[in-house]
Ligand binder design. Structure first.
Ligand code: ADP
Length: 429
């Protein structure tokens, strides 16, 4: 169904959407000719050409009708008049009501619980549209003047920062459909792998750290407390993945659980949460427009995301290559890598690998072409509980001179000498 180049106009009836997968090789230009339309909750400006990068998948939705013009080639584009957006916007309306109620509540005395906006968690299998729904709810809220907090627990994709992290950031404006979320100063914790099964305990520890920081921010800021949060989760919903969902619901004190397109998950959650007063579990339909992405595509988009961190979406950033001495930096790994095999231990001893143990890493060529996080810790003891300032990419290690060459978003000294290694290889292409 690939479409050739050239401009074309598409007329959209009310409550319908134009679903687009941009081609692999070239960007697509698109503009709103008349009417009103939005991309995942963010309104399109009239007449202005927007440029969408290759491979992006998105939908232009209109509540009241619109004409769209596009120029360039697409992998697919088609209109659909069946979308779940009415049910999504109804959820938004309920959340708005709760935000207003929280804002209007009188300042509490220290004993009673504080007025609380919605704490929404979006759950469902992979490719059910979780990130998309999260963005819509955030953008609609931001349009109304709220600054809700976006929490991204999905280490596989990284909507806020690079994959392998969990992160949070306030959303102050509707999310730009091209640029995504501004990378200003998100609160980021580095997990270092793209699947949680690698170190489930560490994942839980980091989720807890993140939740505590947000809790502190909320108690100091009535406005963000009333705006609440939207938490995006991973698509891992079976076994341990399910346990992690319950852990996240509990840790963030979620009071609205939105389940996308999974009857079974919804009824399981309803069952376990029925004893928790004040938690609503709502089942929502998955949009027919959500595109399934295979493992290879995911791997590719992870690489793109890392590349974007250093080089910008349109190659508009110029990262710096810096050189440091081995002695200037301390690299650690959390969890200590593979366990010793039972056969290597004294008889009767159990292999014990403390999942949150900090293990110093010898700097050697194993670190080549990997991404390391720069911790904000002042002392190694603080590394696990500290968020990270950003990331570097190791391009060369000179064992003779004992120097490391790395790429960083900017020149100058790193904010800290403590670096965390994970398992985030990236081939700079
Ligand atoms: P999940 O977070 O559950 O893995 P996403 O929200 O990331 O799923 O959606 C998967 C992909 O489908 C994304 O690339 C997203 O942009 C795309 N997508 C979601 N909804 C639509 C839609 N209505 N039309 C076209 N593409 C969509």
């Amino acid at each position: 169904m690939a479409q050739g180049g050239g401009a074309k106009q598409v007329k959209l009836e009310r409550e319908s959407e134009l679903r687009i997968e941009v081609g692999n090789d070239a960007p697509l230009k698109l503009r709103l000719l008349n009417g009103t339309a939005e991309i995942f909750g963010t309104e399109l400006p009239p007449e202005i050409w927007l440029t969408f990068p290759p491979r992006l998948k998105f939908a232009v939705f209109t509540w009241y009708g619109a004409t769209i013009e596009m120029d360039g080639s697409t992998e697919t584009d088609y209109t659909a008049d069946e979308t779940p957006n009415i049910s999504y916007v109804n959820v938004h309306a309920v959340l708005e009501e709760r935000r207003n109620r929280a804002k209007a509540s009188p300042p509490e005395d220290s004993n009673s619980s504080q007025p609380q906006g919605p704490r929404v968690i979006v759950v469902g299998p992979t490719d059910s549209g979780k990130s998309t729904l999260s963005k819509m709810l955030l953008s609609w809220a931001a349009k109304q003047g709220w600054k809700p907090t976006f929490v991204d627990l999905d280490i596989g994709q990284g909507a806020i920062t690079i994959p392998g992290c969990i992160a949070a950031t306030p959303i102050e404006m509707p999310i730009d459909p091209v640029e995504g979320i501004p990378l200003e100063i998100p609160l980021v914790y580095f997990y270092g792998h793209t699947t949680p099964s690698n170190n489930v305990d560490l994942y839980k520890v980091l989720v807890k750290e993140l939740a505590q920081v947000i809790e502190r921010q909320f108690s100091a800021n009535a406005e963000s407390r009333a705006a609440g949060m939207v938490i995006n989760t991973m698509g891992w919903i079976e076994g341990q993945g399910y346990e992690l969902l319950l852990h996240a619901i509990d840790t963030f004190d979620a009071n609205v659980v939105l389940v996308l397109g999974q009857e079974k998950l919804c009824s399981m959650l309803r069952d376990v949460l029925k004893n928790k007063p004040g938690v609503d579990v709502v089942k929502l339909q998955r949009s027919g427009g959500v595109v399934s992405r295979n493992a290879k595509f995911r791997q590719k988009s992870r690489s793109h995301r890392i590349r974007e961190y250093f080089y910008g979406l349109a190659n508009d950033l110029s990262p710096h290559s810096n050189i440091a001495n081995f002695s200037d930096l301390s690299v650690f790994r959390i969890g200590g890598g593979p366990q010793a095999p039972r056969s290597a231990l004294p008889i009767g001893a159990e292999p014990a690998a403390d999942p949150t143990r900090l293990v110093p890493v010898n700097i050697n060529r194993d670190l080549l072409q990997t991404v390391l996080a720069v911790s904000f810790a002042k002392d190694p003891d603080q590394i696990i509980s500290s968020n990270v300032a950003g990331f570097i990419y190791i391009t060369d290690i000179d064992l003779h001179r004992k120097t490391i060459t790395y790429l960083a978003p900017s020149a100058g000294d790193l904010p800290s000498k403590y670096l965390i290694a994970g398992n985030l290889p990236w081939l700079e292409t």
